[in-house]
Design a protein around this ligand. Structure first.
Ligand code: FES
Ligand code: FES
Length: 159
């Protein structure tokens, strides 16, 4: 067994003081220790993007991120993006444009989409396709996802 180590990290605005084994990924920490199951485990190998979250505003594949490396960081998951009462504009746009079917890839798509705009990589549908290419959708909702992102982008500014 590995020895647990202390981890202080802010998740969706809440300061957490945790004890974590060095081998635990951020994805498993979120889902199993913090019960934040909105972040999905698709491949667990960095190939599908279903596990995308933000660490200090940057998108990461949480399945490839060791939890302990987030010491002192701010992590945002899909649960922290909007609320039930007030959806995030990207969540609204995904609904409006039917940017999902089964929904399994959707939390990762939305976290990636927000980052894509904030990185300045949403200037055309082609660019969006390129910078969203790490997020796989087995249902093939890509065209609608691009539409949703372009609409949010057209309103301007960081989101
Ligand atoms: Fe992390 Fe697939 S679950 S990239
Ligand atoms: Fe089903 Fe994307 S909506 S995998």
């Amino acid at each position: 067994a590995f020895e647990q180590q202390p981890l202080r990290v802010e998740v969706n605005g809440v300061a957490q003081q945790l004890s974590v084994e060095p081998r635990v990924t951020l994805l498993d920490l979120l889902r199993e220790q913090l019960s934040l199951t909105g972040t999905k485990k698709g491949c667990d190998h960095g190939q599908c993007g279903a596990c995308t979250v933000h660490v200090d505003g940057q998108r990461v594949n949480s399945c490839l991120t060791l939890a302990l490396t987030t010491e002192g960081s701010k992590v945002t998951t899909i649960e922290g993006l909007g609320s039930v009462d007030k959806l995030h504009p990207m969540q609204e746009a995904f609904i409006k444009h039917d940017g999902f079917q089964c929904g399994y890839c959707t939390p990762g798509q939305i976290m990636s989409a927000v980052a894509c705009i904030n990185e300045g990589h949403a200037n055309s549908p082609d660019e969006v396709r390129e910078y969203m290419s790490g997020n796989i959708c087995r249902c093939g909702a890509y065209a609608n996802i691009v539409e949703a992102i372009m609409e949010v982008k057209s309103k301007g500014g960081r989101i």
